[in-house]
Write a protein that binds this ligand. Structure first.
Ligand code: GCW
Length: 716
C-alpha cells in the first residue's frame, strides 16, 4: 500500500515537471511564469515599482492588466502606483500627464501617435526609464498589452524604441450570433451572449472576451447576426446590449448592432420600411436616439440588405444608397457609422462574380460620409482561395471596409487546422492598380489612396461557448491574426504565427519552428485538397460540409456547384474572359492582363477565369488533368506531413491540447482524402482519364461519396 502511495506521489511529481494541462481558455494571455531564470531575473531588475499616471475606467483596466501580467510572468506582486516616481523604472501615462520634460522632437513624436497609438521607449529625454506613453487612455491600454507581449515572447527590453499606430480605424469582430444562441456558421458551441440572463447576469466570459480583444487592438464588436432579428432593437434587448457595452467600455471596445431593414414594420407598427418615407426615417431617428440614451458610445449599424432574402431598399424600388443614407442621417448626430454590406447576388446577372460590382459601382459618390461599404475579400463567398473582389479599386468616392471570415465555413469548419493570415495577406497585398502600381487592397482599405479617414476591417467571428473559445486550439490564431493585421497589415504571417505560438503554447525554439511551419503551410495545403487551381464553391449545399462538386438540384443555377466549375467533356473552369462573362473586365487592365490569357494566368486562378481543356498544358508541363490529380494528392500528402510534424511535438505541449490537435488532424487527414477522392472521381467522369498509376487509388466509388448525408452538420 505504502509503495503504491509512493509510486503515486512520484508519478504526480513527474507529471508536474512535464508541461501542465491547459484547456485553452486563457488564449494568448496565459502569463505563465517565465521559465528562463536568467531572463526572469533580468526582467525583475528592469521592471521596478511601475507607475501608472491617470485615473479613468480604462486606466483601471491598464493597472489590473499590468499587475496581472507581472504577477504571472515575473511572479512579483506589484501594485502600480503613481507616487513613487523616482524609484520606478517603468512609467506609464498620457503624454500630457508625464512630467518628463519631453524635448520638442519627442513632443511631435507623441502627437503623431494620434488617438490610439502608443510609444514604448527607453530613451525618452534621457530618463533611462521604460516609458509607455500615448495621447489617450486607449493608447496606453494598447501600449501595456504590447509591453506584456514583449515579455511573454521573451524579448530583450533593454533598449526599446517602439512607435505604433493602427493602420485601420475600426477593427471589428462580426458575430453571426442569433438571439436563441445558435451561431450561423459557428463551430465552437453556442453563442457566448446569454441574452436570457442579461442584463442582470454578467458572465466572466464577457470580461475575458473584452480583454482578449483589447490585447490585439480590436476596438469594436457587432454582437448579432447580419441575418438580423428586429427584436434586438426593442427596449428589452437594448438594455441587455447596454449591459454588454458597459463591460466592454473599459477595454476600449464599442458595441455595434445589425439592423433589420424591416424593423419599422416588425417592431414599429408601420406599414412600410421605405427609406424615403418620412415616418420610417423618423422611426429610425427615434430608435437611434433611444439607443444612444442607453449606450452613449454606440458604434453604429451593420446592415445586410437585399441579400439572401433579407429585406432592403430595393423592395421599395430604392437603391442601396437610399437605404444606407437613411441610417446614416439617423446616426450622424451621434457620430455613429453605417457599415453597409456589399454581399449581394440577386438574380439579374450572367455571373454571380460580377454582381456586387454591377450593383454598387453606379452608386459611388452617393453615400453619406458616415457610410462605409463592407466588402468580402473575394467576389463570391469566402472560398478557400479567391481573387480579390473587383470592388476594391473601383469605388474611389466610397470608403471600403474589408470583411474576412474567421469562422471556417469553407475551410474545414471546426476540425481543420488552417492558419488564415497568409490568405488575408494575399488579398491585402494584391495590387488593384486603382491609382497606378502599388495601389494594394490594403491601401484602398486604410483610406490612403482616396483620402478617407474612415477605415475598417471586420472578421466574422469564430468564437463560441466552447471552453477554448474557438473549438480547434489553432483556430484561436485566426482571431489573433485578424486583430494584429487590422492594427498593422505589414506584419508578416511568420511573425504573427511566432508570437501567437510563443504566447499560446511555448517559447521553445524547436517547438515554435516546427509549429510555425505547420501553420504557414496549412492554407495552401487545404486549397490543394479541396479546391486547387482556382476551383471554388464545390461543397455540399446548405451546411457546406464536405465535397459535392456534382451538386445540381437547387432552384437557382448559382446555388449549385456545377455552375462554378462547369466541367464537361471538353474541360473545366469558368470562362470569365471577354469570350465568356467578361468578369475580368471589372478589374483594371493591369490586373486583368495578369489573368486573361489561359497560358499565362497563374495556376491558382486558372479555373476562376478560364474553361480549359483537360489536355491544357500547365506551367509545370503536366496536362490540366494530371495537374489536378497532382494537386489533390499533394494536398493530402502535405496534411499527412503536418500530422507527423505535430506528433513530433508531443513533449513540448500539454497533454490536453496535444491530444485535441492530434485527434483533429486525424479527422483532417481523413477528410482531405475524402475531398480528393470524391472530387477526382467525379471530374474523371468528364475527363475520362486515369488517375496516374503511381498514386494510391481511391478505395471507394463515386456513388459511395454521393450517397453521404449529414443532416445535422453544425453551423447551418
Ligand atoms: O457565406 C454565406 C453564408 C451565410 C451568410 C452569408 C453572408 C450570414 O453561407 O450563412 O449569412 O454568407 O455573408 O451574409
Amino acid at each position: 500500500m505504502l509503495i503504491k502511495k509512493q509510486l503515486f506521489v512520484c508519478l504526480l511529481l513527474l507529471i508536474s515537471i512535464t508541461v501542465s494541462a491547459d484547456d485553452g481558455y486563457r488564449l494568448w494571455l496565459r502569463y505563465d511564469k517565465i521559465s528562463n531564470i536568467a531572463l526572469l531575473n533580468k526582467y525583475k531588475q528592469q521592471i521596478i515599482a511601475p507607475a501608472i499616471v491617470g485615473n479613468s475606467t480604462i486606466i483601471t483596466t491598464v493597472k489590473n492588466e499590468l499587475e496581472k501580467g507581472l504577477r504571472g510572468l515575473l511572479a512579483v506582486n506589484y501594485t502600480a502606483t503613481d507616487s513613487v516616481y523616482n524609484k520606478t523604472t517603468l512609467v506609464i501615462g498620457k503624454a500630457g500627464n508625464l512630467n518628463l520634460g519631453f524635448t520638442v522632437i519627442e513632443k511631435t513624436q507623441l502627437k503623431n501617435l494620434g488617438e490610439e497609438g502608443f510609444l514604448i521607449s527607453t530613451t525618452m529625454h534621457g530618463v533611462h526609464k521604460i516609458v509607455i506613453a500615448a495621447n489617450t487612455d486607449r493608447g496606453l491600454l494598447y501600449g501595456v498589452f504590447h509591453f506584456l507581449r514583449l515579455l511573454q515572447t521573451q524579448q530583450d527590453i533593454s533598449t526599446l524604441n517602439i512607435f505604433s499606430t493602427p493602420k485601420i480605424k475600426y477593427r471589428l469582430l462580426n458575430h453571426w450570433d442569433n438571439l436563441n444562441r445558435t451561431v450561423e456558421r459557428g463551430y465552437a458551441g453556442a453563442s457566448i451572449w446569454d441574452w436570457h440572463k442579461l442584463p442582470d447576469y454578467i458572465d466572466q466570459r464577457y470580461i475575458d472576451y473584452a480583454r482578449a480583444n483589447a490585447s490585439i487592438g480590436i476596438n469594436g464588436t457587432v454582437l448579432n447576426n447580419v441575418n438580423a432579428n428586429a427584436t434586438i432593437l426593442t427596449k428589452q434587448y437594448l438594455d441587455k446590449v447596454a449591459a454588454l457595452a458597459n463591460v466592454f467600455r473599459p477595454y476600449g471596445i464599442k458595441v455595434f448592432l445589425t439592423a433589420r431593414f424591416s424593423a419599422p414594420i416588425e417592431i414599429g407598427g408601420l406599414k412600410t420600411a421605405d427609406p424615403l418615407d418620412a415616418a420610417v426615417q423618423e422611426w429610425w431617428k427615434q430608435k437611434v436616439k433611444e439607443i444612444y440614451s442607453l449606450i452613449p458610445d454606440f458604434g453604429g449599424f451593420l446592415i445586410k440588405a437585399n441579400s439572401e432574402g433579407q429585406p432592403g431598399p430595393q423592395d421599395y424600388n430604392r437603391t442601396h444608397a437610399d437605404g444606407a443614407n437613411m441610417f446614416a442621417d439617423a446616426l450622424a448626430p451621434y457620430k455613429g457609422i453605417v457599415m453597409w454590406r456589399a454581399f449581394v447576388y440577386s438574380q439579374q446577372s450572367n455571373d454571380r462574380f460580377k454582381q456586387a460590382y454591377e450593383e454598387f459601382t453606379p452608386l459611388d459618390g452617393q453615400f453619406k460620409s458616415n457610410v462605409i461599404l463592407q466588402v468580402k475579400n473575394g467576389p463570391i463567398d469566402f472560398q478557400p482561395r479567391e481573387p480579390f473582389s473587383p470592388l476594391f479599386g473601383a469605388m474611389p468616392k466610397t470608403p471600403l471596409a474589408m470583411e474576412f471570415q474567421l469562422t471556417q465555413e469553407y475551410l474545414g469548419q471546426g476540425t481543420h487546422l488552417v492558419f488564415e493570415a497568409p490568405m488575408f495577406k494575399e488579398t491585402l497585398n494584391a495590387d488593384t492598380y486603382e491609382k497606378g502600381k502599388g495601389s494594394t487592397v490594403a491601401k484602398v482599405i486604410d483610406g490612403s489612396i482616396n483620402n478617407f479617414s474612415m477605415s475598417a476591417i471586420a472578421g466574422v467571428s469564430n468564437i463560441g461557448s466552447d471552453i477554448n473559445w474557438c473549438s480547434h486550439p489553432f483556430a484561436q490564431a485566426n482571431w489573433y491574426a485578424l486583430g494584429r493585421l487590422a492594427w498593422d497589415y505589414n506584419l508578416s504571417s511568420e511573425q504573427i504565427a511566432t508570437e501567437w505560438l510563443q504566447q499560446s503554447f511555448s517559447t521553445n525554439k524547436t517547438f515554435v519552428a516546427v509549429a510555425e511551419k505547420m501553420m504557414l503551410q496549412s492554407h495552401e495545403t487545404l486549397v490543394n485538397y479541396m479546391t486547387p487551381l482556382g476551383l471554388a464553391h464545390i461543397m455540399y449545399n446548405g451546411h457546406h460540409y464536405g465535397p459535392m462538386p456534382w451538386g445540381n438540384t437547387l432552384g437557382r443555377p448559382d446555388w449549385n456547384p456545377v455552375y462554378y466549375h462547369k466541367a464537361d467533356s471538353a474541360g473545366i473552369g469558368f470562362n470569365r474572359t471577354i469570350t465568356g462573362t467578361n468578369a475580368l473586365g471589372e478589374y483594371k487592365n493591369e490586373v486583368s492582363n495578369l489573368w486573361n490569357d489561359s497560358n499565362k494566368c497563374a495556376d491558382e486562378y486558372l479555373l476562376w477565369f478560364h474553361h480549359v481543356s483537360w489536355n491544357h498544358i500547365m506551367h509545370s508541363g503536366r496536362t490540366l488533368w494530371n495537374e489536378l490529380c497532382y494537386k489533390y494528392y499533394a494536398g493530402v500528402d502535405a496534411i499527412k506531413n503536418i500530422q507527423q510534424q505535430w506528433n513530433s511535438l508531443e513533449k513540448f505541449v500539454d497533454a490536453e491540447r496535444f491530444i485535441q490537435v492530434k485527434q483533429l488532424l486525424n479527422i483532417q487527414v481523413k477528410e482531405a482524402v475524402w475531398w480528393r477522392n470524391a472530387c477526382l472521381l467525379y471530374f474523371q467522369t468528364f475527363s475520362k482519364m486515369p488517375i496516374p498509376a503511381n498514386y494510391e487509388q481511391p478505395d471507394k466509388t463515386l456513388a459511395y461519396y454521393q450517397s453521404l448525408r449529414f443532416p445535422f452538420a453544425p453551423g447551418n
